[in-house]
Design a protein around this ligand. Structure first.
Ligand code: ATP
Length: 627
């Protein structure tokens, strides 16, 4: 079997050692290798790096977009086979996110490589890193001072292949091989190439190039005004390589037909807008037919059944199949292939009741043994995305729900339809909301019906509105914020951090903007854990953090952690930079820590556009949607 896999995969990614490869990743790569094309044309890595450098020098999103579009046009004209590699590298990835394949090169290992490469000590590199805040700059600085003699020029495909080889090396003895592969590439790098190679290994280009901009630029190669089509296609199938191939083969207009939702590939889930209460929510759907459903308090889950397989994926497209071996008999709920969307909650089988979210978090994340499960789960399914060979995303909610109810069987305590009611008046909503307050629910979801109530992957709109129990006591929704820095604790908190600088994600220019300082809502035990957790991720002030000196923290933390935070409201602030309008940023009034959101990536955190919209919603009557 290994030999067959190897033979098929070699043209695309040479010399991968499969010896330690995880079986799940292995089967994904096998499927992937079969569909990828071998390459012929060349785009020199140095030319690509020059484009990245130009992008890093412009703060304007539109200019960034134009620079990248021009480059992609050149690539498409001169070496179309290299388009896929250029796109992966532009998004600082080597495989689609849902492959769950990481390079497995930690900061320590990378510093070791840089030290070896530059002939400096690891301690010296560490010092430089803290001074510069960026290992890419450190490596470039030292490379400049050395004689650059390589005659061989790297191309983008070689870099992508090299990084894929690094990711394929696993197990305890892989460090030396990974280092060797990286050093092999570095020896062919000019200073500028070394800078970006290091950043690619870190998984961040740090030049303000957001994924959205890459997608718009890709669209720009083919058409001036079809960016929406390309972004939507990516949300249906988040695989930039295949997307590019499909655009090349069928044009953007062909994406609807040829780049549809596919079982086995998690799509970006549809999201909800929030509302400050029942009356406000009711106003947003006035005149429309709608239903209300319980908002279950667990984790989002997408279940894919295809052929003989069942796979589950989390909100951020992580494959969670190993976490839920007890859900595999969901295979029998329907004979046909399908993708359903739902919420998985902890469940007490004896009492037949839903348990709080905190119970679910105690379940192991990986390699759960079905025979040793102590936290049972039940999935409450609320949507149908794919059924019997066909995407259902463009079908209205009514059709999706009726197919779900007619074609699927429920399994008590394991696979159930989300409970809902048809609502006509605000009183119906109030009654259902009261029932949710009595139960173990987070609140309710209002969902509009009608022909345009399609499933919009990744989008937040008024088609779904969430009303949480605690809306009644505070701001309309909790926010998911990125930890940017920390302040040393005083008094009882001496020896730990006592406060933290949190921010939102600006998905237009790939930056994190400061929003507030937070110090309440933490148990002492969690402050101790947080202290240790953050200390292993301290860094110099990252270039993609937007903040004012008046709120500068004692230490900076790499963008890695997302915390859910509640507050009494949003106000305009001279100290913070989030969602700035007319030069003034937003901040939170009385922010309080709720919990860590380990299931969210920092780029899934609340965005600046979202915070601005929430501010406008609360302060301006009938404001237009910003998001
Ligand atoms: P939150 O932090 O409030 O869970 P979120 O940012 O993860 O929100 P939103 O789209 O803002 O996602 O809120 C909807 C979330 O509520 C979904 O992601 C899902 O996990 C959960 N949920 C629970 N019950 C339902 C339901 N009946 N319909 C849709 N989503 C539901």
């Amino acid at each position: 079997m290994h030999m067959i896999v190897h033979a098929l995969f070699v043209p695309y990614c040479m010399h991968i050692s499969f010896a330690f490869m995880h079986s799940q990743s292995q089967s994904i790569l096998f499927r992937y290798a079969q569909t990828q094309k071998p390459m012929a044309g060349r785009v020199l890595f140095i030319d690509f790096c020059k484009v990245l450098e130009r992008i890093s020098l412009t703060p304007k999103r539109l200019e960034i977009q134009n620079i990248l579009t021009d480059h992609l046009k050149d690539v498409y004209r001169d070496a179309p086979e290299a388009l896929v590699a250029v796109l992966y590298l532009s998004t600082a990835t080597v495989y689609p996110e849902h492959f769950n394949i990481e390079l497995g090169v930690g900061e320590g290992m990378l510093m070791g490589v840089v030290a070896e490469y530059t002939g400096k000590s690891v301690a010296g590199i560490k010092d430089e890193y803290f001074k510069e805040g960026d290992l890419g700059i450190v490596v470039m600085k030292y490379r400049v001072s050395q004689l650059f003699i390589s005659q061989v020029q790297l191309d983008v495909q070689a870099v992508l292949d090299g990084l894929r080889r690094v990711s394929a090396e696993q197990g305890t003895k892989c460090v030396a091989v990974k280092k060797m592969i990286i050093l092999g590439m570095m020896s062919k790098c000019s200073p500028l190439e070394a800078k970006y190679l290091v950043r690619l290994i870190e998984g961040r280009l740090k030049i303000g190039l957001a994924l959205k901009t890459v997608l718009i630029s890709l669209a720009g190669v083919f058409s001036e005004d079809m960016a929406y089509e390309v972004k939507s296609a990516f949300n249906r199938q988040p695989d930039i390589g295949r997307l590019a191939e499909c655009v090349v083969d069928h044009g953007i207009a062909g994406l609807r037909e040829h780049f549809q939702v596919t079982p086995g590939i998690p799509l970006k889930p549809m999201l909800a807008n929030s509302s400050n209460g029942i009356t406000a929510a009711f106003k947003k759907v006035e005149g429309l037919e709608f239903i209300c459903e319980y908002k279950y308090d667990g984790e989002r889950i997408q279940i894919h059944k295809y052929g003989s397989k069942v796979e589950t994926f989390s909100r951020n497209s992580e494959n969670s199949t190993e976490k839920y071996p007890d859900l595999m008999d969901v295979y029998n709920v329907c004979e046909k292939d399908f993708i359903v969307d739902g919420e998985v909650v902890a469940y007490d089988r004896n009492e037949k009741k839903i348990l709080p979210f905190q119970t679910l978090t105690t379940r192991k994340r990986k390699r759960v043994n079905e025979k040793k499960i102590d936290v049972y789960v039940c999935v409450f399914v609320f949507d149908l995305i794919y059924f019997d060979g066909r995407s259902y995303v463009d079908e209205p909610l009514e059709k999706r729900r009726s197919t779900l109810r007619n074609e699927f069987k429920q399994i008590e305590g394991k696979f159930c339809f989300a409970e809902s009611v048809d609502c006509k008046k605000a009183e119906d909503v109030e009654q259902f909301f009261e029932k949710s307050v009595d139960g173990n629910f987070e609140g309710i979801m209002m969902k509009t019906l009608g022909t345009d109530a399609v499933y919009h992957p990744s989008q937040r709109s008024n088609k779904w509105i969430k009303i949480k129990k605690d809306y009644l006591e505070s701001m309309s929704d909790s926010l998911d914020l990125v930890v940017m820095g920390a302040y040393y604790g005083k008094g009882k908190r001496t020896g730990w951090y006592g406060g933290f600088l949190l921010g939102v994600y600006n998905d237009e220019d790939d930056k994190f903007e400061s929003l507030c300082k937070i110090g309440t809502g933490f148990a002492d035990a969690s402050l101790e854990n947080i202290y240790e957790q953050l200390n292993s991720n301290l860094c110099a002030a990252p270039k993609n953090y937007v903040y004012k000196d008046s709120a500068k923290p004692d230490v900076w933390v790499e963008a890695k952690y997302v915390w859910e935070v509640k507050a009494a409201g949003i106000s305009v602030s001279p100290t913070y930079c989030a969602g700035a309008m007319d030069g003034k940023g937003m901040s939170l009034r009385f922010p309080r820590f709720v919990r860590e959101r380990g299931d969210k990536d920092v780029r899934d955190a609340s965005t600046s556009a979202h915070i601005r919209q929430m501010y406008l919603d609360a302060n301006v009557e009938d404001s237009e949607d910003f998001c």
